[in-house]
Design a protein around this ligand. Structure first.
Ligand code: FA5
Length: 356
């Protein structure tokens, strides 16, 4: 048995020397070491030997197996290195080929709108501030003259922050995801820096979803407080913004409205750009965005004396106006943007985003 093993080792080592590629080496491995290979076959004969002879032959068989394995591994490493070197030498690198241009992002449509809105109002002296987007009920409702049972405070209109199942409540009431940027009004007044020309732009949240409603959207809130401020100042401000943002041709209209925190109050509509102010689409169906040819962009009015008082300002000396508009809707109404459903703004579809 020992001699047979010696001969087999010599045969294997000699055969290995003649191998020049990895597949040839694998064939040899199967032939000699595989399950039905020569070496395992030979070792089956160990069973028939006497104890001592089996021990001796077994130990020698291990030695043979080890040396053969080593020879296989060493050659495998060499052949792999050789094949890598060949592949590398064959690979042709054309350094004149144009490279792959990385994708370059750009600002989201909403951010572009915010930048433009900020710039236009800064020309009128409005300074951009950022009041909290998660705030106390007091600033979002209470100080703005909302009664305790006002429907806007309903769970179905406003998101309240839950604390372990129970709405968190401090001395300023519950904590809310602000449903409008008007929470910045009294916060700004409390800074006691009069006169005020504030532009508060932020995220706002409501339980609403439709072609013109999002659960998360942005508002921009202007607040101007000074001596002798009148509705004419409010109208002049709107006129300036609308002409700058939409161009001189677009139509706007003011409707009387009711807000708890302004008196008198208005809503401002702009003629719908999607249906050219007709309320109908080319396919003969109603414009699902505006339905009537006009789209409401926001509310406004003269600051209510109770709100001035809540902010520590004497309404007999000071007056002011405030307005709050939706950023997304304002952007959608810009000429040529033509977005018929507000929800596409945040679907992150590259085909949409790349257009702006
Ligand atoms: C308000 O939020 C008042 N705070 C505005 C205001 C400020 C009035 C200061 C007086 C003085 P209103 O609920 O109408 O008003 O919302 C204002 C604008 O926000 C809407 O006209 C619309 O442009 C936008 N908006 C409201 N809800 C949504 C929504 N769910 N998705 C998108 N935009 C919305």
């Amino acid at each position: 048995m020992k001699n047979e093993l010696k001969n087999l080792r010599a045969e294997i080592l000699e055969a290995i020397e003649g191998v020049s590629d990895l597949s040839g080496l694998e064939d040899l491995r199967v032939k000699y070491l595989g399950r039905k290979g020569t070496l395992p076959n030979l070792l089956k004969g160990l069973k028939g030997l006497a104890d001592d002879a089996r021990k001796e032959a077994g130990a020698f068989a291990n030695e043979v197996k080890l040396s053969v394995d080593e020879a296989f591994s060493a050659l495998q490493i060499d052949l792999e290195a050789k094949s890598r070197a060949e592949a590398f030498a064959e690979a042709h690198i054309d350094i004149t080929r144009p490279g792959i241009t990385p994708d370059i992002g750009h600002l989201h449509l909403t951010t572009q709108a915010i930048e433009e809105i900020k710039t236009i109002f800064s020309r009128l002296g409005f300074v951009q501030v950022r009041h909290p987007e998660i705030d106390w009920d007091h600033y979002a409702f209470g100080a703005l003259n909302f009664p305790e049972d006002h429907p806007a405070r309903d769970d179905w209109e406003t998101f309240f922050i839950d604390d372990a199942g129970k709405a968190a409540e401090g001395e300023n009431g519950k904590i809310v995801l602000t449903p409008h940027t008007s929470n910045g009004q009294v916060r700004e007044m409390e800074r006691s820096e009069l006169p005020i020309r504030m532009m508060n732009i932020n995220k706002t949240y409501r339980r609403q979803v439709s072609a013109r409603h999002l659960p998360m959207f942005h508002q921009f809130e202007g607040l101007l407080i000074d001596k002798d401020v009148s509705i004419a100042d409010l109208l002049g401000t709107f006129d300036f913004f609308v002409k700058q943002f939409f161009g001189p041709e677009r139509k706007t209209r003011l409707r009387p409205h009711h807000f708890r925190f302004t008196e008198p109050s208005f809503e401002l509509d702009v003629s719908c750009d999607v249906c050219a102010g007709t309320g109908m689409r080319e396919n003969g169906l109603k414009c699902k965005l505006c339905k009537v040819g006009w789209l409401e962009l926001g509310g406004a009015g003269m600051v209510h004396p109770n709100v001035l008082r809540a902010g520590g300002i004497d309404p007999d000396v000071y007056s002011g106006f405030a307005f709050g508009w939706g950023v997304e809707r304002t952007m959608m109404m810009k000429g040529g943007i033509n977005i018929p459903d507000i929800r596409v703004m945040y679907q992150n579809d590259m085909r949409f985003l790349e257009q702006f």
